[in-house]
Design a protein around this ligand. Sequence first.
Ligand code: C2E
Ligand code: CA
Ligand code: CA
Length: 406
Amino acid sequence: MPEQIYVRNLKAGDVLFREGEEGDDAYIVETGTVEISLDLPSGKKVIATLGKGEIIGEMSLIADAPRSATAIAAEESELLVLKRDRLLKPIEAADPIMRLMIQMIVDRLRDAPRWMQEGDGSTPDISNARQLAFDEVRELALRRIQIEGEMRQAIEVPEFELHYQPIINLKTGMLAGYEALMRWTHPERGFVSPGEFIPLAEESGMIVEMGRWALETGLRDHLAMLEAFKKSFPDEKPPFVSVNVSGRQLFELSEIDVLRDIIKKSGVDPSQIKLELTESLMVHDAEHAAVALEKLKELGILLAIDDFGTGYSSLSYLHRFPFDTLKIDRAFVVNMAKDEASRKLVRAIAGMAIDLGLDIVAEGIEEQHEYDILAGYGCHYGQGFLMARPSPISNNIELIENATTW
Ligand code: C2E
Ligand code: CA
Ligand code: CA
């Protein structure tokens, strides 16, 4: 980020910053040396002399506290200036536990020279604002640790359950497949929405294990639903089961071997398995995504791009990556009735997907007119509360046994 780094030149004796000042920048010594000193009652005490490649002043930025020492050029020196944002943005984006650790370490390091110099070993006074910021991060970290522990237990018990939402062929009204959606009933807190626990599971990495569980369970349930389907609809194409896979699950390519083993063991025909991925995977690292998706395709399964049109969706994803299905996000479907722009967008996305030979699933159909418009645009499939809400497997088997169509 060249615009955030520039150079500062100092002559011998120039003050870079003084103890007690607010700090906005940190510095990396390019040439020369800088002396770090404390103003003690007994006089100035040099605690360090920093040379090429060393960083100065980062601690007060991280701790959001005044400079804890004075920095003066010992000779002619050239420093690279590291702006506050450049340093703090990645830290702010980091996991709260990591942030807590960074802050604690910095706080201890900052105060260490003074404790040693003053020799009384007392705990230094930290200002109110710093204490509050500290408490906040600590609380966040503790909450995170707690919920991670709870999720780990939830897998073992299990408190997780998969619900299935039918996906309908919009032309024929036949059941075409179902999406597996995770549900968590916490023993005390009751129902926890996936919108709440999935992001936490992703940040903590728990999603890897939960994703394995979802695939394994989804495939097992699929066999039961498939059996019912064959009885009710002996001449129809067997349904597919759609399982959500977080991009986080594919950071390591070796995870794909684990998923392959789950698929093999399940005995489900891979052509009936669809994995739904969001574009975050492609945004994060397109090259890695290309390798991962090709590797997944080698398993003989189908791939869907989920929530298309919400994030950084790029049309180029559609032909660069081996997707079979595009899922149009609910946000467009909801707005179609009142908003012509949404209709145009949906029509354009649908037209393009059809041209590219992709299947389309429209999400979140709640009204009959939405169903009709989408069918008119050539969308092959749809899911939504109009047809069926996500529900436990028993309910889905019942729908199938009753030979329900829409
Ligand atoms: P998603 O993959 O986009 O799933 C579709 C969501 O839309 C589901 O929310 C579903 O209940 C909801 N939905 C379907 N039809 C309608 C409708 O007509 N109206 C409205 N208002 N909503 C509708 P849900 O089950 O709360 O899941 C939320 C998100 O959590 C999912 O969005 C998905 O991103 C994530 N998720 C759920 N299960 C899993 C899982 O097993 N693994 C991963 N990685 N993510 C999951
Ligand atoms: Ca999905
Ligand atoms: Ca979706």
